[in-house]
Design a protein around this ligand. Structure first.
Ligand code: SF4
Length: 235
């Protein structure tokens, strides 16, 4: 598989799998800052290698994970992802997929429990500028996930001078056209390579206010939140 890093929060029995590679090339990708779980106190250096499907399953069983969050990178470009998710369901482990929504196999929707689609921008031009790809697939797949009945939520990143209040409002309006009850989170951008600054909490609050004009369940992350649970490095 494309999995190269696993962390675990024992208190909530939740493991996070980190997948290598992505079909987008976002200018402000957090992975340009670190390839590892940002909640770890210390982890650096190069990747130790990729794990096979069996190795991933063995590790999850050994640590006793009850929930698995799949992130990256972009997990959906891994051809073994649908099989992993199927095996997790058979083992009674719930799965959460964090994705840019660009590619989506039907087989995945049969077994995954929850999906978070990151919508980078509503404007296709802005989306292409930031990610290198059109947002058409993402928006189409967003509706497809909703129609499949899989639990769906969404998030966007507030980036000063790029994705601000008006753009967030347009994204929220799109989500509400699918269902105004879909949860939506606005994350403060974490600066990478000095491209843009982090937004102020006032700016993020303004974006939340705008999104709430369209959606009922809007939350945010200011970027300075304290960890609720201990996170351990597994591999
Ligand atoms: S979609 Fe996510 S992982 Fe992929 S390049 Fe963009 S920020 Fe990075």
């Amino acid at each position: 598989m494309n999995v190269y890093h696993i962390t675990y929060a024992p208190e909530i029995k939740t493991a996070s799998l980190y997948f290598d590679g992505c079909n987008f090339n976002c200018l402000g990708c957090i992975r340009k800052k670190t390839m590892y779980d940002v909640h770890l106190k210390a982890r650096s250096g190069s990747k130790s290698g990729f794990l096979s499907l069996n190795e991933v399953l063995k590790i999850l069983n050994r640590i006793g994970a009850r929930t698995v969050i799949m992130m990256g990178g972009e997990p959906t470009i891994d051809p073994e992802l649908p099989t992993l998710v199927e095996k997790l369901r058979k083992s009674g482990i719930s799965s959460v997929l964090l994705t840019n929504g660009y590619e989506l196999e039907d087989k995945l929707l049969e077994n995954v429990d929850r999906i978070c689609v990151s919508i980078k921008a509503w404007s296709d031009e802005l989306h292409r500028k930031f990610t290198g790809k059109s947002n058409k697939n993402t928006l189409k797949n967003f509706r497809k996930i909703y129609d499949s009945g899989v639990s769906l939520y969404s998030e966007s990143i507030y980036i000063p001078s790029l994705v601000e209040v008006r753009e967030i409002g347009k994204i929220a309006r799109f989500i509400s056209s699918v269902d105004p009850e879909i949860p939506y989170r606005i994350d403060a951008y974490i600066p990478v390579n000095g491209l843009w600054r982090a937004p102020t909490s006032k700016e993020v609050k303004e974006a939340v206010k705008e999104a709430k004009k369209h959606l009922r369940r809007v939350t945010c992350l200011y970027g300075d939140e304290k960890l609720k649970y201990e996170v351990l490095n597994v591999i």
